[in-house]
Design a protein around this ligand. Structure first.
Ligand SMILES: Nc1nc2c(ncn2[C@@H]2O[C@H](COP(=O)(O)OP(=O)(O)OP(=O)(O)O)[C@@H](O)[C@H]2O)c(=O)[nH]1
Ligand SMILES: [Mg+2]
Length: 318
């Protein structure tokens, strides 16, 4: 994953290394200073690489100025390890983008297990997003995690819109030994979630995971329907699911879902097949909401807790 950005970063650090060598005469006791002129072109290339990796423009600008600040005008002992110094500068700048976001909202620190632990039971969690991003699969993965932590889970099959949706979630539920609350095809999804909560309350279940139909963020009617689900069932957590391969498109969608129903967190799927890596940075930045998990494959176990340091290290190929 993330091969493209990683390769560009390698080119970037090689260029800086060459600049440092060109300035060899100026090296005093192994130290040298790079000025803004030295870095203008390589930084422009890095900027293009980040944009091509689907990092949103505003984030790219923050990143580039972070890297510039770290590298220009500072007396550095470059020695033979220019690559490491450059990597560190880029790493710090990337982590900074995530930590700026973390400061923007109190939920940014959200720890999913703690949230479920502390929440009044049953905890109502609704999954939303555009078509085919991995909502249903992610619900099965999250259910598996919750079961492993010792919580009881009920599934609400609130995708009454797409043919075969209930059968799909029922198959996962059978594999995981879970009860599915369902209505007929075409029924009101808000009523399904409502019933699932009623069932969970009556049977002492801890968590309701509600699967909703995929919908384009531009579809007014379907977005209204989602609003109704939230109005009627008052979810404790609305999780926006998008796929890493959506790239920069994810920014617009995340914003629209957030405006309409107010998302609390995101799950980014298909990170295993994403060569670019920019979507996570852009979604986190544009929503100022935490990314809870990364989907890393099609199996139930392929769900990693999001960790900014781990993620940035993967981006940089460490
Ligand atoms: N490689 C990979 N595939 C994934 C991942 N998550 C989901 N998928 C696949 O993506 C496809 C769509 O997943 P679904 O869970 O059905 O997506 P959805 O958002 O529920 O789709 P709709 O209900 O139609 O909107 C399936 O083939 C999944 O196996 C992931 O993390 N990695
Ligand atoms: Mg689905």
């Amino acid at each position: 994953m993330f091969e493209k950005l990683r390769n560009k970063l390698k080119v970037f650090s090689n260029t800086i290394e060459r600049k440092v060598k060109e300035k060899g005469k100026a090296i005093l006791e192994g130290e040298t200073i790079l000025d803004a002129k030295d870095l203008k072109e390589p930084l422009q290339d890095l900027e293009t690489a980040l944009l091509e990796s689907d990092v949103a423009l505003s984030v790219v600008e923050a990143l580039i100025s972070g890297v510039r600040e770290e590298l220009v005008g500072k007396r550095k002992k470059w020695g033979g390890d220019t690559g490491r110094l450059v990597n560190e500068a880029v790493r710090d700048a990337l982590l900074n983008v995530f930590s700026v976001d973390a400061g923007a909202a109190d939920v940014a620190e959200l720890d999913f297990e703690q949230f479920v632990d502390k929440g009044d039971k049953p905890v109502n969690i609704v999954f939303v997003g555009v078509n085919g991003t991995g909502k249903t699969t992610s619900i099965a993965k999250v259910a598996k995690k919750l079961l492993g932590w010792g919580y009881s889970v009920v599934i609400a099959s609130a995708d009454t819109y797409r043919a075969g949706a209930t059968e799909q979630i029922e198959k996962h539920a059978t594999n995981l030994g879970l009860k599915v609350i369902k209505h007929q095809y075409g029924a009101d999804p808000a009523a399904v979630v409502y019933d699932a909560m009623k069932y969970a309350k009556a049977n002492g279940k801890d968590v309701v995971l509600a699967d909703t139909a995929g919908r384009m963020h531009t579809s007014v009617n379907l977005m209204e329907q989602l609003k109704k689900i939230c109005r009627v069932t008052k979810p404790d957590l609305v999780i926006f699911v998008d796929e890493a391969v959506a790239g920069n498109d994810a920014v617009e969608r995340a914003k629209k879902f957030d405006e309409t129903v107010g998302i609390d967190a995101s799950i980014l799927t298909k990170v295993d097949i994403d060569a670019k890596g920019g979507a996570a940075i852009s979604i986190a930045h544009s929503t100022s909401k935490p990314i809870l998990f990364l989907g890393m494959g099609q199996g139930y176990e392929d769900l990693e807790k999001f960790d900014a340091e781990w993620f940035v290290d993967r981006l940089l190929g460490e």
